[in-house]
Design a protein around this ligand. Structure first.
Ligand code: USQ
Length: 396
């Protein structure tokens, strides 16, 4: 298949390109390097060094024997997007090209507006460009489990049956996002669903959990093929941050009680699932939703897990909960369905300890790079709009 990855320079995009090519697909990518700029703006850098795109593309040719067609440009520029889709004629578009950080979107009005403008406009441009250039193409759109929030009832995959005043219907399950970023994905969901209804487009909207990991099978040891790994307060996700903290001897930082639960998924599984979505497209006019995560854990359980695995590789670390900078439930019910991908053949990696061990091994050589941006990992962006560092809850 011809598959285009919007956001090919990112944490998921770069390994996904490698995996899809190793499965025989023809792959193209779009990016304008925004992720590199955002991480720089918050005073950080990828723990694992990442090569410039020209070198990445050379590495791609040498390691995988494939010329990855690269379009540099902004996904909110409609003319650019339309031209790229006309030139490559993708059969599937994996849309990863959004600003992905909840804390970044909560910094101030400018960051909130930027996040929603960038994400919602980008998706809209893609929907229109698909309609006008490649109406048969399948949009695999990256959403987030965070669209649903943490309701006190089970979470279905996108839709649910409802009976109200004696009448029944199948409706989108209500969303209750936890940040301006997560809300941007809710807006996308509504727009994508509507475009499928109006224009007979086909789409898979992926409600993905928190991703962790450093590598996938298709990735060689060539440093040009490595993917980024963020650990700062904005772009680092919980487990990745815990691993980076372990490597430089900082206490692991569950927020608040640490009982908040989320669905988590290893990088290798995320890539496997996105591939399954591409290879099994829905019919024309169909909008379907996958809840994409492997298992639900609390943040504290994960900190304990990282602590234990770090101990087995000689890294003794403490867990010290810190004040929660976010407004979120720290005790709640959480039971999301995740059947659709399993039915299509998703085989979850169950060995989280092994994955964590690999991550620690991959990060250790880059200890100095994490140390150099140590300050960027302490949270001070608060959901109430203030900017104050979170203190330790145990007072040390
Ligand atoms: N958390 C901690 N300690 C930390 C960092 C986070 O306890 O050092 C907690 C947060 O308070 C939250 C949970 O861990 O309860 C997850 O936080 P996160 O920063 O790992 O993830 P989140 O902000 O939800 O966003 C990330 C990605 C985002 C993706 C989302 C999937 O950045 O792009 O959409 O995970 S999900 O969480 O399922 O919505």
């Amino acid at each position: 298949m011809r598959i285009l990855i919007a956001g090919v320079d990112g944490y998921l995009g770069w390994p996904l390109a490698q995996h899809l090519v190793s499965r025989g697909h023809e792959v193209a990518g779009i990016d304008d390097y925004s992720r590199r700029r955002w991480v720089g703006e918050v005073g950080s850098q990828s723990a694992i060094p990442i090569a410039r795109m020209a070198e990445r593309l050379e590495g791609f040719r040498e390691n995988l024997g494939h010329n990855l067609r690269f379009f540099k440009g902004d996904l909110t520029d409609y003319d650019f997007v339309l031209q790229a889709y006309r030139a490559f004629r993708p059969e599937a578009i994996v849309y990863l090209g959004e600003m992905p950080s909840a804390p970044y979107s909560m910094i101030d009005v400018h960051h909130a507006v930027y996040t929603q403008t960038n994400n919602v406009m980008g998706t809209l441009c893609t929907l229109f460009a698909m309609r006008d250039a490649v109406p048969e193409c399948h949009l695999v759109k990256l959403g987030t489990m965070g669209e649903y929030g943490t309701p006190n009832v089970d979470i279905p995959e996108g839709f649910f049956e409802i009976e109200y005043r004696g009448r029944k219907d199948r409706m989108m399950f209500p969303r209750r996002a936890g940040s301006w970023y997560h809300q941007s994905k809710v807006h996308d969901t509504n727009n994508v669903e509507m475009a499928c209804r109006f224009w007979d487009l086909r789409s898979t909207d992926i409600m993905q959990g928190v991703v962790y990991g450093t590598r996938i099978e298709a990735m060689s040891e060539d440093p040009r093929m490595a993917t980024r790994f963020d650990f700062d307060q904005c772009f680092g996700t919980a487990i990745n941050r815990f691993c980076a903290q372990a490597v430089i001897g900082l206490p692991l930082s569950p927020f608040g009680k640490g009982h908040q639960k989320r669905g988590f998924i290893p990088l290798r599984d995320s890539i496997q699932c996105l591939t399954i979505a591409c290879e099994t497209p829905p019919g024309g006019g169909e909008y379907r939703v996958f809840n994409q995560f492997e298992e639900v854990y609390s943040v504290m359980e994960l900190a304990e897990r990282v602590q234990r695995v770090a101990g087995t590789v000689g890294l003794e670390v403490e867990i010290r909960p810190i004040e929660n900078p976010r407004t979120e439930a720290e005790e709640h019910y959480y039971n999301p369905d995740h059947e659709h991908l399993l039915k299509l053949g998703y085989e979850p990696t169950h060995d989280m300890d092994e994955e964590l061990k690999k991550m620690l091994e991959d990060l250790r050589p880059h200890q100095a790079r994490i140390e150099a941006r140590r300050e960027a990992q302490f949270p001070d962006i608060r959901w109430d709009g203030s900017r104050r560092p979170s203190g330790f809850l145990d007072k040390g």
